[in-house]
Design a protein around this ligand. Structure first.
Ligand SMILES: Cc1ncc(COP(=O)(O)O)c(C=O)c1O
Length: 376
C-alpha cells in the first residue's frame, strides 16, 4: 500500500476542484491539482514557520533561492545565477506579465492551457495559434504551419513544456528546432515549465529550454514552480528565470504595481520541497505512472475514444469525438465524472482527465467513464 492510496477528504474544504460539485455525486477529475497531501518535509517546515507566529511582509529567504539553484543544477544540470530569479505568486501571473512586457503579437500552439489564450487578450496583443499535429498516435509539431503562423510583428512565443494538455515531454531535437525557429524569427520565448517535475517515462528527461545554450537563454523567460510537482499550488509560490538583464528589467517593470509579493509560507514550502522532497517525489512518479497505465487501459478498451501516450503531467487528453456527443463534458458529468472541457483548450470534442488521485477514486472514475461511453 502506498501513502498515495490513503484518501484525504477534500469535500467541504477550500478546494476549487471539489467545491464545483458540492452535494452532487460527481468525482472531480478536472482542475490540475492532486488529491494528495504535500510531502511530510513540507508539512513539517510549514508547522515550524507557523509556530514562529509572525507573518509580516516577507522577502525571498536565502534558503528558498538556494533550493532553486540546487534543484535546477541537480535535476537538469542547469546552472543559473541567483539574480536571474524573479519571484512570482503564480505562473499565470508570469504568462500575463510576459505578454505585458513584450510588445507585438503572440504565437502559441494549441490545444493548450486556457491562460495561453487569455493572457495576450488581456493586453490587446494579437494571438496567432498553430495547431499541434497528432500523427501515428503521437503529438508533435507541424513545423511548416509554425513557420507560416509567424507574422513580421510576432515577438513572443508562448511554449508549454511539458505540454498541458497533450502530455508531451518535448525532446532535445524538438527543442533545438524550436530554438532555431525562435532565433530565425527573433522571438522572445516564454517557456512555461510548471509540469517539469512530472515526467512519467523513465527513458525521458526534462530539458529546460533556456539550458540549450546561450542563444536560447538570452531570449527566454522560463516560468517554474514547485507547485504541481509537490501539490502546493494553493501556496502561491512560483518564479521566472531570466538570464538576459534587459529582458529581466522589462519583465520586472511590467510587474510594477500589480504583482503582489510571494507569501512567506510559499517560500517555506518551496525551500522544503526542493531540498527535502526527493524521496516523496520518486514515490509519487511511480504512483502516477501506475495511474496513467490504468487510464490508458480504460481508454484503449473503448473503441470510439482515443488517447496518445502521456509522457508527462497527471493529465490525460482524450479524444471523444467518436461518441458523437453535442456536449461531451456535460454528458460525462451526468454520469458522475467531472472532466475539463477540451473546448476551453481550443479543442471541442476532447476531454482532459486528471489522474492525480488515489487509485480507489481513479478506479471508480474509470468505471463511470466506461458507463458514460456505453451510454453515448
Ligand atoms: C501549463 C500551466 N501553467 C500554469 C498553471 C497554473 O499556474 P499557477 O497556479 O501558478 O498560476 C497550470 C495549472 O494547471 C498549468 O497547467
Amino acid at each position: 500500500m502506498s501513502v498515495f492510496d490513503t484518501p484525504v477528504d477534500r469535500r467541504g474544504s477550500d478546494s476549487v476542484k471539489w467545491g464545483r460539485y458540492a452535494g452532487r455525486d460527481v468525482l472531480p477529475l478536472w482542475v490540475a491539482d492532486m488529491d494528495f497531501a504535500a510531502p511530510p518535509a513540507v508539512l513539517e517546515a510549514l508547522r515550524q514557520r507557523i509556530a514562529h507566529g509572525v507573518f509580516g511582509y516577507g522577502q525571498p529567504p536565502a534558503e528558498a533561492e538556494e533550493s532553486v539553484l540546487a534543484h535546477l543544477e541537480g535535476d537538469y544540470g542547469w546552472r543559473i545565477e541567483r539574480e536571474w530569479i524573479v519571484w512570482l505568486p503564480g505562473l499565470v501571473t508570469g504568462l500575463n506579465v510576459a505578454c505585458r512586457a513584450v510588445d507585438g503579437s503572440v504565437l502559441t500552439a494549441a490545444p493548450v492551457y486556457p491562460p495561453f489564450f487569455s493572457a495576450p487578450r488581456h493586453f490587446a496583443r494579437p494571438l496567432a495559434r498553430v495547431d499541434l499535429a497528432c500523427s501515428d498516435g503521437r503529438w508533435g509539431w507541424d513545423w511548416q504551419a509554425l513557420q507560416a503562423a509567424v507574422m513580421p510583428e510576432t515577438r513572443l512565443f508562448l511554449l508549454c513544456h511539458p505540454h498541458n494538455p497533450v502530455g508531451r515531454c518535448w525532446n532535445e531535437a524538438e527543442l533545438r528546432r524550436l530554438a532555431d525557429f525562435a532565433e530565425r524569427n527573433d522571438l522572445v520565448v516564454c517557456s512555461d515549465e510548471i509540469h517539469c517535475g512530472l515526467i512519467l517515462d523513465p527513458d525521458k528527461r526534462h530539458i529546460p529550454f533556456a539550458s540549450l545554450g546561450p542563444d536560447a537563454a538570452r531570449r527566454t523567460i522560463t516560468l517554474l514552480a514547485p507547485s504541481k510537482t509537490f501539490n502546493i499550488p494553493g501556496l502561491g509560490c512560483a518564479f521566472a528565470v531570466i538570464a538576459d538583464p534587459a529582458l529581466r528589467r522589462r519583465f520586472q517593470r511590467a510587474m510594477d504595481g500589480i504583482v503582489p509579493h510571494v507569501n512567506v509560507l510559499g517560500f517555506t514550502a518551496c525551500a522544503a520541497a526542493y531540498r527535502d522532497g526527493a524521496a516523496w517525489h520518486g514515490e509519487l512518479i511511480a504512483y502516477l505512472r501506475g495511474n496513467r497505465d490504468r487510464v490508458t487501459v480504460a481508454v484503449d478498451a473503448e473503441k470510439r475514444v482515443k488517447m496518445a501516450p502521456v509522457e508527462a503531467t497527471y493529465l490525460a487528453w482524450i479524444d471523444v469525438r467518436g461518441l458523437g456527443l453535442a456536449s461531451p463534458a456535460a454528458h460525462f458529468e451526468a454520469h458522475g465524472l467531472g472532466l475539463s472541457d477540451g473546448a476551453d483548450f481550443g479543442a471541442p470534442g476532447w476531454l482532459r482527465l486528471n489522474f492525480g488521485c488515489p487509485r480507489a477514486t481513479l478506479d471508480e472514475a474509470l468505471r463511470r467513464f466506461a458507463a458514460a461511453c456505453a451510454a453515448a
